[in-house]
Design a protein around this ligand. Structure first.
Ligand SMILES: [Zn+2]
Length: 279
């Protein structure tokens, strides 16, 4: 069953299971519709780094915050460099990057926190969004995994960071893998495959040959294998079936749109006490 459900009023896909299990938790992934941006960023582009008008991106972000019931000040994001560094977010970092790319948490592809009133966000147009939740310790995290981050093991880096910072064990965590380009549309070459083959997990389940030196790679499935190898229980992992390249009406896709396109956002946050939901 698809773990992400479309909520049309907010132009988002929501992890209904997690939100029902944890009152006050808001978690999901945006759709491309319902924003102010013009082509080729039409219309809910949430990336400030893609050449869109910063005013429109800000309006799009503010609209999403309002729809989710968070103040814009809570929006916190990182610079994303296809690396494997993750960082803890505390009140002093809250709001980083919300209106200007220059103030984003620098050179980081994963953010995590246990503080309420912070909306963690990260940006996508095919890469794999990873969501982390320890429901007992109320720890949440997001990680951005393109092919470099995936083979670099950002999923496992996040698990280690959550263990070091909060004592979370892999077996206590829920992990969700959001919409991303899938094996139907993501062709890679030997340059990528030589890294994939070195992974100490069942990577062969995630690849099929597509002619001389060409392969169709399912990065979402590969992240799932890495998470299983790191000790996350299979029953605790939810994986979306949506392919961003297959659904131009729902998603931006870097590969499909030849690089000139907008960005969806993944988001996760605990509502601050006393804030009521509008979504
Ligand atoms: Zn596809």
């Amino acid at each position: 069953m698809e773990p992400f459900q479309i909520v049309e009023q907010t132009n988002t896909l929501r992890l209904g299971d997690w939100e029902q299990r944890c009152p006050g938790l808001v978690v999901g992934f945006t759709l491309r519709s319902g924003g102010y941006s013009e082509a080729p960023f039409h219309s809910l582009n949430l990336g400030l780094h893609v050449g869109d008008s910063p005013e429109r991106v800000r309006k799009n972000r503010e609209r999403l915050c309002q729809a989710l019931g968070f103040p814009f000040d809570a929006w916190t994001c990182a610079e994303q460099v296809h690396g494997t560094t993750v960082r803890q977010v505390t009140a002093t970092v809250r709001g980083a990057g919300r209106a200007q790319q220059e103030t984003a948490v620098p050179a980081v592809d994963g953010l995590y926190t246990d503080e309420p009133g912070i909306l963690l966000t990260s940006f996508y147009a095919d890469c794999v969004p990873l969501f982390f939740l320890d429901p007992q310790k109320r720890v949440i995290g997001l990680a951005h995994a393109g092919w470099k981050g995936t083979v670099g093991g950002i999923a496992a880096v996040m698990l280690q960071a959550l263990a070091d910072s909060y004592g979370c064990t892999p077996s206590s965590l829920l992990v969700a893998i959001g919409p991303a380009i899938r094996g139907c549309c993501y062709e890679v070459d030997e340059r990528v495959m030589e890294h994939v083959r070195r992974l100490p997990c069942d990577w062969e389940a995630c690849v099929r040959a597509a002619g001389a030196g060409r392969y169709m790679l399912d990065l979402a499935a590969l992240n799932q294998q890495i998470l299983l190898e790191a000790g996350v229980r299979s029953s605790m992992i939810s994986r979306s079936h949506y392919c961003t390249a297959c659904h131009p009406e729902l998603f931006f896709s870097h590969r499909r749109d030849a690089g000139r396109t907008g960005r969806m956002a993944s988001f996760i946050g605990w509502k601050a006490k006393g804030v009521t939901s509008q979504s």
